[in-house]
Design a protein around this ligand. Structure first.
Ligand code: SAH
Ligand code: SF4
Length: 313
């Protein structure tokens, strides 16, 4: 604001902040197509945000997707997740969620690119911070801010049923990704403790209702863990569960987490799992891994950073 006198500008700088998140570490991988930020918040805590560029294919246009965090840490505590293993600090504010988008956008603008999609697949359980997440989506969508359509936003959830139901009544056409990861309650509860409260049938029921109501596709996320949930038998059971209109399964070979014995299956085993689902008529993809060399999976860069800060090499 160069039209203001210098003392007024200095005073404004002192009293107001332009952003609630400041890049602390930035790492680039996949020939510049994956960028991971460790962002520092005003209270010194850190969160992760990842930007991934995808080239156009025969079936889809080029995309630039930002993966945002909704909480510092996560209270759900899934066994295979770096964030879950690091505990929970606090919810992010609406501004801290909005600012992840703005920070990445400014960086991208230098290369003449803009964000086309948002996924809530960073740190935290978005439906556990429901009000701030919904407000942030509405803020991006407002015509006088970014005019960014909720149709290009995906909320990924571990399955907090009452909030999935509430989301369906918001009049927000967001996409829903359900982190299912197991075809039966016994196994799922051993990986995801909150499954005891909201079992698979209730989650899939709420997801189907959301699809019917909004017309948006449900993506079932399934992290493949070698010898745990990756057998042909389990694929058959999964196929029965998720066979409904507007359903899609996204298989994610596990990104190894330091200190965890869990590991991804071989490529052949993952493909055999996918074939079972496809034979049952379910649209299924295996997610390409991104940024392995920069700890791009949920919570991993922060875990590494905390380690180096505490015990410098
Ligand atoms: N809490 C939400 C959103 C954040 S996690 C949820 O769980 O859906 C985003 C995705 O990353 C989820 O599908 C989650 O299962 C997956 N994920 C977590 N740890 C992973 C790992 N080690 N390897 C691969 N995917 C992982
Ligand atoms: Fe939380 Fe999602 Fe990680 Fe589970 S997978 S601990 S819900 S961030």
């Amino acid at each position: 604001m160069r039209t203001l006198p210098v003392p007024a500008r200095r005073q404004l700088e002192k009293v107001y902040a332009f952003t609630t998140v400041t890049p602390h570490v930035k790492r680039v991988a996949d020939n510049g197509k994956t960028v991971k930020y460790l962002l520092r918040l005003a209270d010194g805590r850190t969160i992760e945000t990842v930007v991934m560029q995808y080239d156009a294919t025969a079936r889809s246009r080029a995309r630039t997707t930002i993966c945002v965090s909704s909480q510092v840490g996560c209270p759900i505590g899934c066994t295979f997740c770096a964030t879950g293993r690091s505990g929970f600090d606090r919810n992010l504010s609406e501004a801290e969620i909005v600012d992840q988008f703005l920070t990445a956008s400014r960086d991208l603008a230098e290369g003449q690119r803009a964000l086309t999609n948002v996924v809530f697949m960073g740190m935290g359980e978005p439906l556990n911070n429901y009000a701030a997440v919904v407000r942030a989506i509405r803020r991006w969508a407002a015509p006088d801010t970014l005019n960014f359509s909720p149709r290009r936003v995906t909320i990924s959830t571990i399955g907090l049923v009452p909030f999935i139901e509430r989301l369906s009544t918001e009049g927000l056409p967001v996409n829903l990704a359900i982190s299912l990861h197991a075809p039966d309650d016994e196994l799922r509860s051993s990986m995801i403790p909150v499954n005891r409260k909201y079992p698979i049938a209730a989650i899939v029921g709420a997801a189907r209702a959301h699809a019917e109501r909004t017309g948006r596709r449900i993506s079932y996320e399934y992290v493949l863990l070698r010898g745990v949930n990756d057998s042909v038998e389990q694929a058959k059971r999964l196929a029965v569960l998720v066979k409904h209109r507007l359903s899609h399964v996204n298989l994610i070979p596990m990104n190894p987490v330091e200190g965890s014995p869990l590991a991804p299956p071989s490529k052949q085993r993952a493909q055999a799992f996918q074939s079972v689902l496809q034979a049952a008529g379910i649209s299924t993809t295996i997610r390409a891994t991104r940024g392995l060399d920069i700890d791009a999976a949920c919570g991993q860069l922060r875990a590494r950073q905390v380690q180096t800060v505490l015990a410098p090499a």
